[in-house]
Design a protein around this ligand. Structure first.
Ligand code: MN
Length: 425
């Protein structure tokens, strides 16, 4: 921890002080365009966004290099610089935006009201991978097919994942068209083609890759955390009826490739430093991870304590809370995901994105998908305004948020990841 985490530090940007998500202790990175302007890199400070390229000349050394790398319409070049320049940029921005900053007059013309700006995908995402590290979700989903033996034998050895679809990743706020595909309920003998009847969300955490690795050169677990540029919220929209029919034996395809939504702000590992915790010890009898996935420092500090919340707004009411869970429920650390993904020689690249897998708590109030909350649609929930839901209906909006909180530190958030379901065409 350093001066950038000091809870006494305040910004001359008045809206930052006491801001629920973006006080000066956060400083998340993203790509924005001011009204009528080109897309460019920025940092969120309260209700404003600071143009990074425009203030690069006020900075020196690595911080200047990092700000210049963020001047374009994607953060890949900044991510590629790695942790050193990113940390230098954070320290410099914290001073630049602090109360009493000598540069205030030079900074202010480069601040934009976030309400007037459009947000874009933070990076050009070459590859997207979705993990399955939420053990309570894996258990709940598995129970629907194998009530007595929900987890497959590999689960506690392998950080299970599949390669997802990068082309249909969309920024929060983009509408989500209900997908069509093959549906075959158990009651029917042959499938029909049509709109999904069981459209669901999955509450996940997104992991942005910073520096990559050369093909054939795995990232050792002890170095894996240094390859993570930041985190976001991720909604792995899932058509359960399509998934149930198509996924054997090769896994998700059309059930998930129509759209994946992410929040626009990349919250850095540095901002999350105060909220790092030990990975929860595995229950008695679970195997110890294999050596290439085991690192004492990662076990001691590799997990995050973040509350994640799911809200549902319907055309008739809300938003209503569907669940609240915590990233500490993940069975694998983010570093273990990086080490495993690359251990066979796969090259990761700056701007690659991982999904954590659905984050669920052991208890019903923290289930991260409707599949779990409604037990596969068999037990509909009643919303506070009397409406019922099995799965998502047209016009429904799903809103994710996340909050980091710890005594002695300023709480930070991630902003929102939201999407509204449009009817199938
Ligand atoms: Mn998923």
């Amino acid at each position: 921890m350093d001066a950038t985490h000091d809870p006494q530090r305040r910004s001359f940007v008045a809206s930052a002080n006491g801001h629920a998500d973006f006080p000066i202790q956060n400083l998340p990175l993203g790509i924005f365009s001011p009204k009528g302007g080109a897309a460019r890199g920025g940092v969120a400070i309260g209700g404003c966004i600071l143009d990074l390229g425009a203030v690069a000349h006020l900075l020196g050394g690595d911080a200047r290099r990092a700000a210049e790398a963020a001047a374009g319409d994607a953060l890949n070049a900044l991510f590629a610089l790695g942790a050193g320049p990113r940390r230098a940029l954070r320290a410099a921005l914290s001073d630049l935006l602090a109360e009493g900053s000598a540069q205030r007059a030079a900074v202010e013309p480069n601040l934009y009201d976030a309400a007037d700006c459009e947000m874009h995908l933070p990076a050009r995402i070459g590859d997207y991978t979705d993990f399955f590290a939420g053990i309570h979700h894996a258990t709940n989903a598995g129970k629907q097919f194998r009530p007595d033996n929900p987890l497959l034998p590999n689960y506690k050895y392998v950080p299970v994942a599949y390669h997802g679809r990068a082309s249909s990743l969309r920024i929060s706020g983009t509408d989500v068209r209900r997908p069509k595909g093959q549906r075959k309920p158990a009651s029917e003998t042959v499938p029909t083609y049509g709109p999904s009847r069981n459209l669901d969300y999955e509450m996940e955490f997104g992991i942005w890759i910073g520096t990559g690795n050369a093909q054939g050169e795995p990232i050792p677990i002890a170095e894996a955390a240094e390859h993570i540029a930041g985190y976001c919220l991720l909604n792995d929209w899932s058509a359960r009826d399509i998934q149930g029919w198509e996924a054997q034996p090769l896994g998700p395809f059309l059930a998930k490739n129509f759209c994946t939504s992410i929040s626009p702000w990349v919250v850095t590992p540095e901002a999350l430093e105060p909220f790092r915790i030990a990975q929860a010890p595995r229950p008695e009898g679970d195997p110890k991870p294999l050596d290439y996935l085991w690192d004492e420092a990662d076990q001691a500090r590799g997990a995050l304590d973040l509350a994640v919340e799911v809200l549902l707004q319907t055309p008739k009411g809300g938003p209503f809370r569907l669940s609240i869970s915590n990233t500490s429920h993940l069975y694998w650390t983010f570093a273990q995901m990086v080490a495993h993904h690359s251990c066979g020689g796969c090259n990761l690249a700056p701007g690659d994105l991982f999904g954590s897998g659905t984050i669920s708590s052991p208890t019903e109030d923290g289930f991260g998908a409707l599949l779990e909350i409604t037990y596969g649609g068999r037990k509909p929930i009643t919303l506070p305004n009397g409406e019922e839901r099995r799965f998502l209906e047209d016009g429904d909006t799903v809103i994710f948020s996340a909050r980091a909180q710890r005594d002695g530190f300023v709480s930070i958030g991630f902003g929102e990841c939201r999407g509204t379901i449009l009817p199938a065409t």
